[in-house]
Write a protein that binds this ligand. Sequence first.
Ligand code: ZN
Length: 310
Amino acid sequence: MKFYGSTNGITMESENIFTAELEFEHDALLGEGPIWDWRTGSLCWVDIEGFAVHRYDPETRNHKIIDVGQYVGSIAIRRSGGLIAALKSGFASLDPDTGEIENIADAESHLPGNRFNDGKCDPAGRFWAGSLALDEKERDGKANLYYLDVDCSVHLMKSGVTISNGLAWTRDERTMYYIDSQTQRVVAYDYDSISGDISHPRTVIEVNALEKGWPDGMAIDEEGMLWVAHWDGGHVCRWNPHTGAELAEIRVPVSRPTSSVFGGEDFDTLYITTARTGLEPEMLARQPLAGSIFKCRPGVRGLPMNEFGG
Ligand code: ZN
């Protein structure tokens, strides 16, 4: 189905509803943070609670699990080779071929109850990653958002966060989008690519989590629209950050999609990660594909992801 969405209509039309297809069946506990590694034509993602990084080639269906032995919140491509990762023990480089990990800097050694969550690189090559408290009942405001600069210094960019998620930057490199899932909002910041500073936060999308699920990871497309995974909502929705309107919906046959990334040779396929964690046995029985990778070609392309420059 072709996507003909206009970017100013508030009403979602039926042709803007898609159904995701199964790409790779797996039982990840908390599949998250997908990246498209154009160097190898592969999709990589993390299983945060499975302590693993996955690499998968959609063409050959070759799949590799890299055991990292600890929570791994997110990964990104590293310009000098391999990946950069936000591990429980801090920022580290990861060689996906050998599994070798080299620690770089620990941002939260003083907060042993936290772990890293979603992360992504900005247009200048800094690796941004936020955290969350492992104890769900003691989570409010305990987390932070950092970036690892290309010189490997760590910068605290935002505190008082609850569940750090969903980073994206606009093509003109002037705006950063951010999600603290707890707030049920996507927030835009003015972003300075030279200094890395963010300022002037404003809410651009409001999500009713009880109706639509909690906003989690996000991808940006070539038109500057945001594809937000809705945890407990069973869909990834396309939102217009200029109007706050929902434009399209991809239905996923599991309740906990977590994030998405545009990949494939032309960046025209949206790959979606999902989770099994926290689902009761009877819920899991109704969604046996929870934890798998899904895909959809919504008729709009994404852009290559930014790389870590250090
Ligand atoms: Zn997430």
